[in-house]
Design a protein around this ligand. Structure first.
Ligand code: PBG
Length: 328
């Protein structure tokens, strides 16, 4: 007790603070999401996410080279198709936007990790994460019909050269279905990063503008998790995805779910755990910084440190490039 014990002794000297610091943040833990749209020479700023653009595949080489240069862990690609339809056909078309994007990214840097978001919502005209039916009595995503679509997407992404597939639809059985499809097509070596505990979150708002994927009716609460569900439900989601063959798992969003990240890290210490620092978490800090209300660099690094401290080893973040520069 005071005055024998003085906690500030560990804080007076910067070198002492550094010595007792535990959480490390390095560029290699960070993955940069990128939005790719058809065309040439396109760099369309995303209004809701300052600093980010929708870019055409020909400009991807430059983005990927920067990511390599900065020592990032990888890039996560989202395709924004020209034509949307009821089942999101362009998601698995052999010349679709995501296939073009993966090829361009791998061509730019063959030893750099290219991940793909595997979902229907960017590609469907109704904006939901799968095929629709009235099987449950109301118009909703049809679970098992969607599995077939995801299997086709997985094979298309893997054929294009994607290094890691990241299914984000919260469809029951998606990981097992994708694993089976990949194995049958000769892609036994391609890992799956499952968005295992993904919540129906208001923090995806800016992303839906970026990916033009807002649901045209209703919401995603029949497939994404309820924020008020027990942490145990998140653990079950992760357990099931692991049983189906997930190699890495993700909790999403990150900041409002640090307790879930912590629980997952403790429960599955042998499994690489990722957390998605989502669009709304980025844009709210950006907006406050633009208003002069907080320091973006300090706030962003504090958020990323907290996500690591909670137990995530990998962070998907729109600050990936900035953070890498700030850390240096
Ligand atoms: C696609 C997907 C979404 C995000 C990642 N993959 C949107 C959603 O579920 O509505 C959100 C990412 C972000 O907000 O940064 N299913």
């Amino acid at each position: 007790m005071f005055p024998t014990t003085r906690m500030r002794r560990l804080r007076y000297h910067p070198a002492m603070r550094a010595l007792v610091r535990q959480t490390q943040l390095s560029p290699g833990h960070l993955i940069l999401p990128l939005f790719v749209r058809p065309g040439r020479g396109i760099r369309q700023p995303i209004a809701s996410m300052p600093g980010h653009c929708q870019i055409s595949p020909d400009l991807l080489a430059d983005e990927v080279s920067q990511a390599v240069e900065l020592g990032l862990g990888g890039v996560l690609l989202f395709g924004i198709p020209e034509h949307k339809d009821a089942v999101g056909s362009e998601a698995f078309a052999s010349d679709g936007i995501i296939v073009q994007a993966v090829r361009a990214a791998k061509q730019a840097a063959k030893d750099f990790l290219v991940l793909t978001d595997l979902c229907c919502c960017e590609y469907t005209d109704h904006g939901h994460c799968g095929a629709l039916s009235r099987a449950t009595g109301r118009l909703d995503v049809d679970n098992d019909a969607t599995l077939e679509l995801l299997a086709r997407q997985a094979v298309a992404h893997a054929k294009a050269g994607a290094d890691v597939l990241a299914p984000s639809g919260m469809i029951d059985g998606m990981v097992g279905t994708i694993r089976t499809a990949l194995d049958a097509a000769g892609f036994q070596h391609v890992p799956i990063l499952s968005y295992a505990a993904k919540y129906a979150s208001a923090f995806y708002g800016p992303f839906r503008d970026a990916a033009q994927s807002a649901p045209q009716f209703g919401d995603r609460r029949s497939y994404q998790m309820d924020p008020a569900a027990s942490v145990g439900q998140a653990i079950r989601e992760i357990e099931l995805d692991l049983a189906e063959g997930a190699d890495l798992v993700m909790v999403k969003p990150a900041l409002a779910y640090l307790d879930v990240i912590r629980a997952a890290a403790e429960r599955f210490p042998g499994v690489p755990l990722a957390a998605y620092n989502v669009s709304g978490e980025y844009s709210m800090v950006k907006a406050a910084a633009q208003a002069g209300w907080l320091d973006e660099q300090a706030a962003a690094l504090e958020c990323l440190t907290a996500i690591r401290r909670a137990g995530a080893s990998i962070i998907l973040t729109y600050w990936a490039k900035d953070a890498a520069r700030w850390i240096e």
